[in-house]
Ligand binder design. Sequence first.
Ligand SMILES: O=C(O)CCC(=O)C(=O)O
Length: 290
Amino acid sequence: MPVEAISCKTFETTVVHPLYPKRFPRSKTQPVATELMSHSAPTSLRATYLEDGYAQLNAFLDTSAVKELDGKLKDFINTKVPTLSSEQVFYENKIDHITLKQIQHLELHDNWFHSLFTDSPFRRLAEALLGGECVPMNMQYFNKSPGANKPTPPHQDGYYFMITPCEAVTMWLALDEVDDENGCIRYLPKSHREGLLPHSRTNTLGFSQGIENYFQKHDSNREIAIHASPGDLLAHHALTVHRADANTSATRQRRAIGFIYYSAQAKQDVVAHQAYQTELKQELTDSDKI
Ligand SMILES: O=C(O)CCC(=O)C(=O)O
């Protein structure tokens, strides 16, 4: 069921639409986040986000903006993806490109995506939610293609980020209608207050770590399944537990763009992070997954 977030609705109408009428206008004159922070609605949005560990902003992008983004994404997949290295593009089955499931760092390979990530209302929203300056870290594409996909294991993004303090926000922009059938995101509300939980290796490409014994230790009845339409945006704290089921539909895609922003205060353990990435790449290569 979609989350009823009154503050998000206020936010939508009073802040996002005037700032974001069409074609991702860029603000060169206003300092980052000033427009958002100068309105009262983002304060209540941040309060909701801090209280529950996530927020949903319906119609963050309007239909024409989603269409434009969709077109840019298709171009990216056709022209840029074939040039990317194997650890940046994941397929459920690497010899069947219809099963494309994840692309890392869209922003590093395309100026249009770079601007959308680093100089846009997405970034201003991140700063409003984090309550200060942020560092854009990774813009990703996710899909669960029908017939060939796996559940997303329960996890906390902070486990992957290796940052202290664990202050970061992930945004997830729906590009398709998303519901129980095609694997909507499921949040465990308020779980960001429980700190980092033990994770262990999974067999899921792109989500190599999952919370240990999640279904034994946590009450999955408390989960909120977030249904979304194209242009709806979810935002979650780096410690919020979330997961998604597999796409059980025979025909429907489940595409989304992820935006990860770290708080400027957060420091990554770069050595440990790099070591893990190197080891993971080797393992995925050896098992012929990438
Ligand atoms: O798309 C998914 O299934 C999971 C996305 C996710 O875990 C995230 O963006 O943090």
